[in-house]
Write a protein that binds this ligand. Structure first.
Ligand code: FNR
Length: 358
């Protein structure tokens, strides 16, 4: 049945709640520790106000965004999230179709429940290989890590998103209480299948991960490397020094170290540290076009969405993900029009007042 139009992003979460196994819902919704950072990611936007410009004309908005050698139709990408088949039977295939049709970037999680090759197949040939990036948790077994990177390259992925905020799993009380420690029978992390034995390995969070490993990766792949999970400006500078192609300011949606700043609060210092040398991306708490506008004005080139995509997928499948991306695009275009910006580049730092009391 046609779910009808989508008026509010929040409606997706409410609809998803009715459909999801409560244990899986908790896995998607939850964060680490007391979930302070999880909550802060959304509420932090309340402390920013947009100072619009008027009488700037400009007609139709142009949301096109240059990023790592590609032109995206809008400055919004889909952040990597695990286990899409727990949200919807079509899983990552449905997500990829929706994202492929819009033409923006889907960052496929290393923990996807569909192999990267099948995700790539799901995208129409005209779009294929242009819009998939692969998220990597570097594994201590370098040979295996290199084989996963080769698979992603062969499938047509155009960038490697290396998650650096996870030297160990964040402690998520909801999952512990629910006993959700692994995928249910019938599902697995298909990208972890050993090329020789066919056995599926567990993803290892590697506490030895360091900059030397980033250098090793740099030498292992020609793909652009995006470091996901940068919060400290000094790390942003190190990323530039190590030849990384972009940084993604992220706290993993509040799922790793609880108590770290909301992504939007960490953004300005990272942008200042990078000084325009590489693009800065952001994810965490983006729920509205006005949130996107705020992040762009504070210096992000594009933003990622995580949970909203899972809610869309669970609630309405492929169509839900399309509707979500269309809604974010329409909200951003309207907010830009009201703020007097024709293009993302017209959004500047002075258009944001910060530390506004609630
Ligand atoms: C994630 N995230 C994540 N990140 C990553 O690098 N690899 C992964 O496999 C996952 N898996 C994952 C699962 C679930 C259920 C969630 C909610 C998140 C983090 C994700 O990429 C992103 O940083 C956050 O989701 C962004 O915050 P919002 O948009 O969910 O507020």
């Amino acid at each position: 049945a046609d779910p009808g139009p989508l008026h509010r992003l929040d409606d997706l979460e409410a609809e998803a709640r009715l459909r999801l196994d409560p244990v899986h819902r908790d896995f998607f919704a939850g964060g680490a520790g007391d979930e302070r950072t999880l909550r802060a990611n959304e509420t932090a936007f309340d402390a920013y106000r947009i100072l619009p410009r008027v009488l700037r004309g400009g007609g139709e908005r142009d949301l096109r965004t240059e990023l790592l050698g590609e032109t995206l139709p809008m400055p919004v990408l889909v952040s990597p999230t695990a286990f899409h088949r727990l949200a919807h039977p079509e899983g990552e295939v449905a997500t990829a179709r929706a994202v492929g049709a819009v033409g923006t970037v889907l960052v496929v999680s290393m923990a996807s429940t569909t192999p990267i090759e099948a995700v790539a197949e799901a995208i129409e040939p005209s779009d294929r290989s242009a819009r998939l990036w692969f998220q990597l948790y570097p594994q201590p077994d370098l040979g295996f890590t290199a084989s996963v990177v080769s698979r992603a390259e062969a499938a047509g992925c155009r960038a490697l998103v290396v998650t650096v905020d996870s030297p160990v799993f964040g402690r998520r009380d909801r999952d512990l209480r629910n006993g959700f420690l692994d995928l249910p029978p019938g599902y697995c992390c298909e990208n972890m299948r050993d090329p020789e034995t066919g056995r599926v390995r567990d993803i290892v969070m590697d506490a030895t991960l360091d900059w030397a490993r980033i250098e090793w990766l740099r030498a292992t792949t020609r793909l652009p490397i995006v470091l996901k999970g940068i919060l400290h400006p000094a790390d942003a500078r190190l990323a530039v020094a190590h030849g990384v192609d972009a940084v993604l300011v992220s706290n993993h949606g509040g799922r790793q170290l609880d108590g770290v700043p909301a992504s939007i609060d960490a953004l300005p210092a990272v942008v200042a540290a990078v000084g325009g040398r590489i693009p800065v991306l952001l994810d965490g708490g983006i729920r509205r076009g006005t949130d996107i506008l705020t992040a762009l004005a504070l210096g992000a080139v594009a933003v990622g969405v995580g949970r909203p995509v899972l809610w869309a997928l669970a609630a309405r499948g492929e169509r839900g993900v399309s509707q979500l991306l269309d809604l974010l695009r329409a909200e951003l275009a309207r907010a830009m029009t009201l703020a007097g910006a024709v293009r993302p580049a017209d959004l500047t730092r002075e258009m944001i007042l910060d530390r506004v009391p609630g």
